[in-house]
Design a protein around this ligand. Structure first.
Ligand code: PHE
Length: 462
């Protein structure tokens, strides 16, 4: 059969790799703009609640399934249930991995391209977001630029995963994560020391409850999944390289804290600079690629900060892309007996090709619409709004009701004996959240994503 399974060199190595998976475009690109569009601080509060009551319990469940079975998502469900139905749920995770990575690497490619743009000082004379938006459109209309950077980003991802769990992913995370934190701190200090940055702080820290809508709550919950890499088995796969000695609740808590703190700091750095330079905080997905270059053009030393920012964004995206590719690779190694190197090269290339239509959605395929969406938007919608919440729903139902929360707790106790002794109430809370709260809330999000909820509410209130 397959080669011997690798394990993380240390618990710290696991935490950094898993935090690397969690911290990505979701934290630095998506979180600030959805917070900006949905009213700032009030949205942040709702998001934090979602992370605590749904994200954390499901994260623990996922890592536990991986560690207990020492398998990829398909193998994990197969081993614990023996039923083809649940095995399909694992397969859905692998599929989601393919899809997310295909469009994720397109945005990561833009970010990589923007590192070079900042080096050559391309942003220095932008005065309006329109000018900077035009520049973005000009770049993404060049086939060589868009496919080239998408490909380059893929190549780097493939190299890290190719080197293996210890020598590639763990070592890469140990180098990249401290750099990421360092870059973010520099950018934060720059943002907060700009005159007029207080407005940005106020925007992100003082809630205005009138701004919160039902839709915002659903977005917050959906994002909790995306940002913690939940619902498709990335954390399960990383958990499968863990040994029984390490505490899962402790590690999960640290991963969630790191992910949340980084998202908030990125939000603070970005909004303080956005407000200080009088830009629009609610610019949507274009906030990073349209609005920020103008901000960099306006602040002293913007040239260097632009470079540091896009380096930060690219590193964050890389440590997440690695985990996405690893899910697919682990599946082919565990279940199909492929050699790791072979799986990385074949599926790295396949996913790169799958990403090309997404990359072209900003180019020659801009008018190709499927269900009223471009290929890029469709891939994003399918993965983030359907596959991830559906996966999260199935994982919590599976661990709580099929595998059984009591059996799961016996396994969870390994390596966490002290936690169980000192924090019995947290164990009780986990059981309750996973059995009742998470499935119900996720189910609601899922209905909404499919547009069903609004139809049901219309029907009831008619
Ligand atoms: N968590 C990553 C981010 O915030 C995205 C991701 C989702 C990575 C699912 C792996 C699996 O950008």
């Amino acid at each position: 059969m397959a080669e011997k399974r690798e394990h993380w060199g240390s618990k710290f190595g696991f935490i950094l790799a898993a935090a690397g998976s969690a911290i990505g475009l979701g934290n630095i690109w998506k979180f600030p703009y959805i917070a900006g569009e949905n009213g700032g601080a009030a949205f942040v509060v709702v998001y934090l609640i979602c992370i605590a009551i749904i994200g954390l319990p499901v994260l623990i469940a996922e890592i536990l399934m991986g560690r207990s079975t020492q398998r990829n998502p398909v193998g994990a469900f197969k081993k614990l249930s023996g039923s083809p139905f649940w095995t399909v749920v694992g397969g859905m995770g692998v599929l989601a991995g393919f899809i997310i990575l295909s469009f994720y690497s397109v945005v990561a490619g833009w970010s990589l391209g923007y590192i070079f743009e900042s080096i050559r000082g391309a942003f220095s004379n932008f005065t309006t977001a329109t000018a900077s938006g035009d520049h973005f459109n000009m770049l993404t209309s060049k086939l060589s630029w868009i496919i080239g950077f998408h490909g380059l980003f893929f190549l780097i991802t493939i190299c890290v995963v190719y080197a293996g769990v210890n020598k590639g992913i763990e070592r890469g995370s140990k180098i990249m994560m401290p750099i990421l934190v360092f870059l973010l701190v520099i950018l934060l200090i720059r943002g907060l020391t700009l005159p007029g940055s207080n407005e940005g702080l106020r925007f992100l820290l003082y809630p205005d409850w009138s701004k919160i809508s039902g839709q915002a709550v659903l977005i917050a919950l959906g994002h909790a999944f995306f940002t913690l890499s939940l619902g498709m088995g990335a954390m399960m796969t990383y958990g499968s390289y863990m040994s029984d000695k390490d505490s899962i609740p402790g590690a999960a808590l640290q991963i969630v804290l790191l992910d949340t703190v980084i998202a908030l700091l990125a939000g603070l750095a970005i909004f303080s600079a956005v407000f200080a330079t009088g830009q629009d905080p609610a610019a949507g997905p274009g906030l990073i690629f349209h609005t920020l270059p103008v901000v960099f053009a306006k602040i002293p030393g913007g040239h260097i900060f632009a470079f540091l920012f896009f380096l930060l964004l690219t590193i964050a995206a890389l440590t997440s892309a690695i985990s996405l590719l690893e899910v697919v690779v682990a599946f082919f190694v565990d279940e199909r007996g492929w050699k790791r190197h072979q799986a990385v090269l074949v599926f790295g290339s396949v996913t790169f090709l799958l990403g090309i239509p997404s990359a072209l959605s900003y180019n020659i395929m801009i008018n190709v619409q499927i269900f009223g969406m471009t290929f890029f938007d469709l891939a994003d919608f399918l993965a983030s709004n359907i596959l991830l919440p559906l996966g999260g729903f199935c994982i919590s139902i599976f661990v709580a009701w099929i595998w059984g929360v009591d059996r799961a707790l016996v396994k969870l106790k390994n390596g966490a004996e002290q936690f169980f002794e000192n924090y019995q109430w947290r164990v009780t809370a986990w059981r309750f959240f996973l059995k009742y709260l998470s499935p119900v809330l996720i189910f609601i999000v899922l209905l909404q994503s499919m547009g069903l909820l609004t139809r049901i509410i219309d029907w009831i209130t008619k």
